[in-house]
Ligand binder design. Structure first.
Ligand code: ADP
Ligand code: ZN
Length: 710
């Protein structure tokens, strides 16, 4: 009976990734692409897009899949992960020697690679090289870059429309984490996809809690971030700033507070960036202070929190950035600080962007999200066109529904101040005036003599900022962007002043780190056994990673270690059932993790016979003797020794896979003829150790059929 496509796909998923089942939607995409159909995959970051094109690439009987990806770091990450799982893959890029690039193209052309990553620029310029290659599929990662509607338009992507002309029969699969309806349509039209299979999976990431606070100023903010680091001592976080300068400043402030951090932005040299990235990914520092230059394709599973020091320019970016947290599915926090300054800056950016209309509209939606008083997840999901009909319970507005008070008197104080100064105040000087701060400009303009000076001294600056912002949102003030962002009182504002209208204000709540989900205090002696084993396994991972010169999460990610700590496998078979343990990794690293688990369980450190089982696992997965020897770092003759014993034990029954019948006959004949010298004679013609296997086979056959002479 031949296996169905689904069975084959699931077998590959288990073998190369160590996963039991597909996530919703994944198999349908794989099936469509395997049948030669185009596809569009819209899945949030961390949703599992890679498998949607990697599995069809593995299923294809011939040809190499070409993956178009915009960032070198991303390509390297992906290829390293693939190779670590035993899948032949490579990436062509300008950061490596041209001879390597040529070699990879050659390997792809001769069918030795299953996947080849390449940048769109390179693909376009080297188009002819690929024309005669057997290509199983094209995958276009970050496909929203093709659309002007997207938030990350890259003109070179539009040239990818040439693919369908040159390769009309090769399926194209476009993948993105961020696409509204217009972008989606643009992707399909521009890539000329014909009747593509579309997967639009939910954007909900329920484990990420969402909060927005009015920006309390650098000092408070940095203290808040330092508290976050302390709250999650085992994990890491990202601080996003709008500018390089902002990232540098946060970095310096955190360092001064004794929090180890690195900085990452586009103003650094590639080498500096690489060093920051490595330190962060390897878990040597818990925090990266970054600009949006950081993050595309970052696959670190234990990022517990993301703090936005400034409001992003659109919801797509915000969503993508917070999506880097909690990829292991455990609770994570997204905290955004928001100030009017951000809105003003972003407006200027939008004006200069060449697409002012679209970008200002997107900014307005972002601002509405930041200022919202109802469930933030609902706002987010409705932005992506999803229906979500109940409140989430895991955002600041759900957890503490904003308390409202009659704010008419508070507003009147502010309105009258703005009126009396003849419309010369910005939000900042307004707050200073109300609080009675003797700022230079206020003194100079004589505003310190006004009766409104200091009428609001009973409230903090943060409180006033929050209320003044709300007054802008409520339409009491307008901001004259063209006139140094000064405040103007609207007609509605005048009505409030004259008590014709009343208003409600949301009570200001001060910023406290960890206002999100309550976490247990991280006292090591109070850890439950599972958590404790998890920590021990992390230490093993760190050792393995440094010995193998690999990034820790490429050895096993946190989700895999957690499952290990939960299942506590004591032998290699059980180990293979852990989520995220591929066959290759089981053999390469299993022993060291098993030793730790067995110790934890009070068993002897080494499982008996484990090395034979490893050989069997690899042999069954189709590795040659030389490949097994290389992976296990043992001699081929030792591998033959294992195989002989496995034959003896009845673990291998399909002998043709080890030795071809002619060789078998020749070897056993030689032993019959010449038992003394057979070994030496055969050593000249066969690999050392193969005769052991032949003899084992004969023993087994003789047992089954006594007529065969032993
Ligand atoms: P994306 O590219 O959509 O951001 P990835 O492809 O990197 O997401 O996948 C995110 C994480 O989910 C990875 O750790 C991946 O190994 C894991 N994953 C993907 N598919 C599955 C699955 N079917 N079962 C378990 N884990 C999966
Ligand atoms: Zn909510």
């Amino acid at each position: 009976m031949t296996a169905t496509l689904r069975q084959r796909a699931e077998a590959l998923l288990a073998k190369f990734y160590g996963y039991r089942s597909f996530r919703p939607g994944q198999y349908e995409i794989i099936e469509a692409v395997a049948a030669g159909r185009d596809a569009v995959v819209v899945m949030p970051t961390g949703g599992g897009k890679s498998i949607c094109y990697q599995l069809p690439a593995l299923l294809a009987s011939e040809g190499c899949a070409i993956i178009i990806s915009p960032l070198i770091a991303l390509m390297q990450d992906q290829t390293q992960a693939l190779v670590a799982n035993g899948i032949p893959a490579g990436a062509i890029h300008s950061n490596q020697d041209e001879s390597i690039n040529r070699h990879l193209v050659e390997a792809a052309a001769t069918g030795r690679l299953k996947l080849l990553y390449i940048s769109p620029e390179r693909l376009i310029s080297d188009f002819d090289v690929f024309r005669n290659m057997r290509i199983s599929l094209f995958a276009i990662d970050e496909a929203h870059c093709i659309s002007q509607w997207g938030h990350d338009f890259r003109p070179v992507y539009t040239q990818l429309s040439a693919l369908k002309d040159a390769f009309p029969y090769v399926p194209v699969i476009a993948l993105t984490a961020t696409a509204d309806r217009l972008t989606r349509r643009d992707i399909i039209v521009q890539l000329r996809l014909s009747n593509p299979y579309c997967l639009l999976s939910s954007f909900d990431r329920p484990n990420i809690s969402l909060s927005v606070y009015p920006n309390p100023g650098a000092r408070e903010r940095n203290r808040f971030i330092a508290d976050m680091v302390r709250k999650y001592p085992q994990d890491s976080g990202i601080v996003y700033s709008l500018s390089r300068k902002g990232a540098e400043e946060t970095y310096k402030a955190l360092t001064a507070l004794g929090v180890p951090a690195v900085v990452y932005h586009a103003g650094m040299t590639p080498l500096q960036r690489e060093a920051s990235l490595k330190a962060f990914l390897a878990g040597r520092v818990p925090v990266v202070c970054a600009t949006i230059a950081f993050g595309m394709g970052i696959d670190k599973s234990n990022i517990r929190w993301v703090v936005h020091v400034n409001m992003p320019g659109n919801i797509e970016s915000y969503y993508q950035e917070i999506g880097r947290a909690g990829r292991d599915g455990l609770p994570a926090e997204a905290v955004m600080f928001y100030s009017l300054q951000d809105v003003i800056l972003r407006r200027n950016f939008a004006d200069q962007s060449g697409q002012a209309g679209i970008n200002k509209e997107k900014l307005a939606r972002m601002q509405a999200f930041a200022e919202a008083g109802n469930c933030r997840r609902r706002i987010l999901l409705s932005y992506f066109g999803e229906e979500y009909t109940c409140d989430c319970g895991n955002c600041d507005n759900c957890r503490r529904p904003p308390k409202r008070i009659d704010g008419t008197v508070i507003a009147q104080k502010a309105i009258s101040a703005v009126c009396r100064t003849g419309g010369r105040l910005t939000i900042y000087s307004l707050v200073a005036l109300l609080r009675g701060e003797r700022r230079f400009d206020l003194v100079q303009d004589g505003f310190t003599e006004l009766p409104t000076f200091g009428v609001g001294a009973d409230m903090s600056k943060e409180e006033w900022m929050s209320y003044a912002m709300q007054m802008i949102q409520l339409g009491i003030f307008d901001i004259a962007y063209e006139d140094a962002n000064r405040l103007r009182v609207t007609t509605f504002g005048m009505k409030v002043l004259r008590c014709v209208e009343k208003i409600l204000l949301t009570v200001y709540v001060p910023v406290v780190a960890g206002a999100g989900r309550k976490m247990r205090a991280p006292r090591p002696e109070a850890l439950d056994p599972e958590r404790q084993l998890f920590e021990q396994l992390k230490a093993v991972r760190a050792d393995v990673a440094s010995d193998e010169n690999m990034l820790p999460y490429l050895v096993f990610d946190d989700a895999a270690l957690l499952d290990m700590a939960k299942k506590r496998p004591s032998d290699i078979d059980a180990f293979l059932h852990v989520q995220g343990v591929s066959e290759k990794k089981a053999v390469m690293f299993g022993k060291r993790f098993l030793r730790e688990i067995r110790k934890f369980e009070g068993l002897s450190a080494n499982e008996r016979g484990v090395t034979f089982k490893e050989t069997l696992v690899l042999f069954n997965s189709g590795c040659s003797v030389d490949e097994i020897a290389e992976i296990k770092k043992i001699k081929p003759v030792t591998v033959y020794g294992h195989l002989a014993r496995l034959v003896d034990d009845g673990m291998i029954t399909d002998f043709r896979k080890i030795i071809n019948p002619q060789d078998y006959i020749e070897i056993v004949r030689e032993y019959d003829r010449n038992p003394e010298d057979a070994r030496d004679i055969l050593a000249e013609r066969f690999p050392r150790g193969l005769p052991m296997v032949a003899l084992a086979i004969r023993r087994v056959l003789a047992e089954k059929n006594p007529n065969i002479k032993e």
